[in-house]
Design a protein around this ligand. Structure first.
Ligand code: G3I
Ligand code: 9MR
Length: 590
C-alpha cells in the first residue's frame, strides 16, 4: 500500500503542473497569488467537490447525483487508478432540493497530488487536488482581504497590484447624528474616527460586526502565534517586526477605539445616511455620521478591546501604553452598559445603512464579562457569563457568547475553579458531538441543518467548524477535526450550487459579488480572497433565483446582496479555520 502511494506521489509530482492539460480539465489556472488571477469559468460540474484542495489527512469526499452504480474510482494524471471506493446509499436532504445523491468518500486516500474521480454512467469530476499549498494561498488571500478593504488608505501597486486605488473615507470629520448625541458630543458636532475596515460591500464601519470580526482574527493569532509570526501577506507594515495579522488587526482596533464618547457609551456605527452607489471609495464623498448608541456596541467594544489588550501584550512589553488605554476604555464601556443594560439601537428615519439590530444582550454581557475577567482577574466581571443560561451555539454577530468560551478555554484554566473550567469544556464538546450527529444525519458532508441557512450561511458553516476545532484541540479526537474539514469542503465547492464561494479560488467562483470596490474598479475579476455570504432561502433582495431551497438558493449577481455580498465577519472564520488546520500541520511536521 505504502509503495503504491509513494509511486503515485512521485508521478503526481512529475505531472503536477500539466495535469489539467492531460486531463482536459478546462484549463482553470488557479494562480492564487492574490493580485494576478487568471481563472476561467467552466460549465457547472455534476460531481461536487472541494475545488481548492483537500487536506491530505482530512475528510475527503464528493457528492454524486443518485445512480444505480455503487463504485467510484480516483485516477491520477497518468490515468492510473489510485483508489477505488464504494458509494454511499442514495439519500435525500431537503435543504438541497428533491434530488437524491450519493457520497463518495476517499478520506482513506492521503497522497498529495492531482486526481479525477469517475463514476460509470455519471462521468468525471473536475480536478481534485490533495494539496495544502492551495489552502495556504487561500488563507493568505483571505487574510489580505482585510488590507484590500481598509478605509482611509491609498492602496499602492506595491501591495495591491492592479487593485491599487486612491484613498477614500478619511473619516477625520465625522458628524454626530442626533441619535448619537451626548452632552459632551452634541448633535452635528464632529469627531475624528479614521482607519478601520469597510464592513462589507458597503463602506460602513459598524461596531458590532467589527467586534466579532476583530476578535475572530485575534483568536486565530492567539491560538497559533508561531504560525502567524512568520506569515507575510505583503502589506505596508510587513517589515515592522510584528506579525502581519497583528498589523492588520491594529488598523481596525485603532479605529474601533475612537468609537467611544466621553461618557463611555459607544457609537453603534459610522456610515453615510443612505447606501452609497457603485462608487469607488474616493468617489463616495457623502457626509459620514456616527449614528446611534447601544448596549450591544458598548459590550462588543469592551470585549474586543479587553481581548486585544491581553492577547497583544507580549508583543508590546516595552510600550504597553496603547494596550492600557484600550483596557481602560473597555472598562468604561462596560460600566456604561451596566448603567444602560437595555439600550436597543433604533434605526433613525433618515438612515438606511445596515442595522445590526439586537435586543437580547445576555450573550454580549457574557462575552464582555469573560474578556474583562481574563484581563483584570476581577471575578465580579464573570457573573453574567455564569448566569448565561441559553444553550451554547456557534458565534455570529448577534450571538457572541461562544467567543467568551473560546477565551476562557484558551486563557482561563489557572484563573477558574476546576469545575468551572470543565463545565465550559463539557458544553463545547456537547455542541461538537451534536454537530457530528447533524453531519451524519444529512449525509451531505456538512454539519448544517436547513434552518442554519440564514443570511451569511457560509459563516455559519465555518463558525461551526471553529467550534469543532476547539473540541478537537481539547480532546485530541480526530472525529471533530474531520467534520470541521467537511464544513470547509462545503464552502469550497462541495455544496449544491457547485460554487467554491471564495473569490479567485476554484473552478467556479463568484464573479459578481455585491462588493462596491469589485463592481466599481473597472477590473473584470472581483478582488480575490473574499468569501461570499452563501445560499439561504430568504431572497430579501427580490432577485431572480434559479433555486429556492435552503442550501441552493444562491445567485452570483450584484443584485443578490442577501447571498452574494462579502463581509469582514464572514472572511474571519475562514481565516481562522484555514490558519488553525495549517498551523497544526506545520507543527506536526517532523
Ligand atoms: O435570527 C433569525 C432566525 O431566528 C430566523 O430563523 C431567520 C429566518 O429568516 O432569520 C434570522 O435573522 C436573520 C438575521 O440576519 C440573522 O441571521 C434575518 O432574517 C436577516 O435579515 C438578517 O440579515 C442581516 C442583514 O444584514 C440584514 O439586516 C445579516 O445577518 C447581516 O450580516 C447583514 O449585514 C449587512 C449590514 O447590515 C451592512 N453591511 C453588509 C452586511 C452584510 O450583508
Ligand atoms: O448595498 C447594501 C448592502 O451592503 C446591504 O447589506 C444590503 C442589506 O441591507 O442593502 C444593500 O443596499 C440595497 C438596499 O438595501 C436596497 N436597495 C438596493 C441596495 C443595493 O443596491
Amino acid at each position: 500500500m505504502f509503495n503504491q502511494y509513494r509511486k503515485v506521489y512521485l508521478s503526481s509530482l512529475f505531472y503536477g503542473v500539466t495535469t489539467c492539460v492531460l486531463m482536459g480539465c478546462n484549463g482553470a489556472n488557479i494562480n492564487t497569488e492574490s493580485t494576478n488571477l487568471t481563472v476561467s469559468q467552466p460549465a457547472k460540474q455534476t460531481i461536487h467537490i472541494n475545488q481548492l484542495g483537500y487536506f491530505a489527512t482530512g475528510e475527503k469526499g464528493a457528492i454524486i447525483p443518485a445512480t444505480k452504480e455503487t463504485a467510484f474510482r480516483l485516477q491520477n494524471s497518468a490515468g492510473e487508478t489510485v483508489f477505488e471506493g464504494t458509494l454511499s446509499e442514495s439519500r435525500g436532504w431537503p435543504a438541497q432540493g428533491p434530488n437524491e445523491f450519493k457520497f463518495a468518500d476517499f478520506s482513506a486516500f492521503t497522497v498529495p497530488g492531482n486526481y479525477v474521480l469517475t463514476v460509470e454512467g455519471i462521468g468525471k469530476s473536475g480536478p481534485i487536488y490533495i494539496d495544502s499549498d492551495a489552502n495556504r494561498r487561500a488563507h493568505k488571500a483571505a487574510l489580505k482581504y482585510y488590507y484590500f478593504n481598509r478605509a482611509g488608505m491609498a492602496l499602492t501597486e506595491a501591495y495591491a497590484g492592479k487593485f491599487k486605488r486612491p484613498a477614500g473615507h478619511p473619516d477625520t470629520q465625522v458628524i454626530v447624528h442626533p441619535s448619537a448625541a451626548s452632552a459632551s458630543q452634541p448633535a452635528l458636532s464632529t469627531i475624528s474616527s479614521p482607519k478601520g475596515w469597510y464592513d462589507a460591500g458597503d463602506y460602513g464601519k459598524y461596531t458590532v460586526n467589527a467586534s466579532i470580526s476583530t476578535y475572530t482574527l485575534l483568536a486565530a493569532y492567539a491560538d497559533n502565534p508561531e504560525f502567524y509570526s512568520n506569515l507575510s501577506v505583503g502589506i505596508p507594515e510587513s517589515n515592522n517586526g510584528l506579525p502581519d495579522i497583528v498589523d492588520e488587526l491594529i488598523w481596525n482596533l485603532e479605529w474601533l477605539h475612537t468609537m467611544q464618547n466621553d461618557d463611555g457609551a459607544v457609537y453603534h456605527k459610522l456610515t453615510t445616511l443612505q447606501w452609497p452607489g457603485k462608487d469607488m471609495p474616493d468617489a463616495d464623498t457623502a457626509d459620514r455620521y456616527v449614528i446611534g448608541l447601544s448596549t450591544s456596541a458598548a459590550l462588543d467594544y469592551a470585549a474586543t478591546l479587553a481581548a486585544a489588550s491581553r492577547i497583544l501584550r507580549p508583543l508590546f512589553s516595552d510600550n504597553p501604553q496603547q494596550l492600557d488605554t484600550w483596557l481602560a476604555s473597555a472598562k468604561k464601556a462596560w460600566n456604561w452598559a451596566i448603567a444602560n443594560p437595555n439600550y436597543v439601537y433604533q434605526q433613525p428615519s433618515d438612515v438606511s445603512s445596515g442595522e445590526y439590530g439586537d435586543s437580547d444582550f445576555s450573550d454580549e454581557f457574557a462575552w464582555a464579562g469573560a474578556e474583562l475577567f481574563l484581563a483584570t482577574e476581577d471575578r465580579s466581571y464573570l457573573l453574567p457569563f455564569k448566569q448565561y443560561r441559553q444553550s451554547l451555539k456557534e458565534p455570529d454577530w448577534a450571538n457572541v457568547a461562544a467567543l467568551g468560551y473560546f477565551s476562557l478555554i484558551r486563557e482561563g484554566q489557572q484563573l477558574l475553579a476546576d469545575n468551572e473550567y470543565s463545565e465550559i469544556q463539557t458544553q463545547l464538546i456537547a455542541y461538537a458531538d451534536a454537530s457530528i450527529q447533524i453531519y451524519q444525519a444529512n449525509g451531505y458532508g456538512v454539519a448544517m441543518n436547513s434552518e442554519d441557512f440564514v443570511w451569511g450561511s457560509n459563516a455559519v458553516v465555518l463558525n461551526k467548524a471553529i467550534m469543532l476545532l476547539h473540541a478537537f484541540h481539547l480532546t485530541g479526537q480526530e472525529k471533530y477535526r474531520q467534520v470541521a474539514l467537511g464544513n470547509l469542503n462545503f464552502v469550497l465547492g462541495r455544496n449544491p450550487t457547485g460554487y467554491s464561494f471564495l473569490t479567485g479560488f476554484g473552478e467556479l467562483t463568484p464573479q459578481h459579488p455585491h462588493h462596491r470596490i469589485s463592481a466599481g474598479d473597472q477590473i473584470d475579476k472581483p478582488l480575490p480572497g473574499m468569501l461570499v455570504g452563501g445560499p439561504q432561502p430568504g431572497q430579501q433582495d427580490n432577485c431572480k433565483y434559479a433555486q429556492n431551497y435552503a442550501a441552493s438558493s444562491y445567485l452570483d449577481d450584484w443584485c443578490s446582496y442577501s447571498t452574494n455580498e462579502v463581509t469582514i465577519n464572514w472572511n474571519a472564520p475562514l481565516v481562522y479555520v484555514l490558519g488553525s488546520v495549517l498551523a497544526q500541520e506545520q507543527a506536526d511536521k517532523p
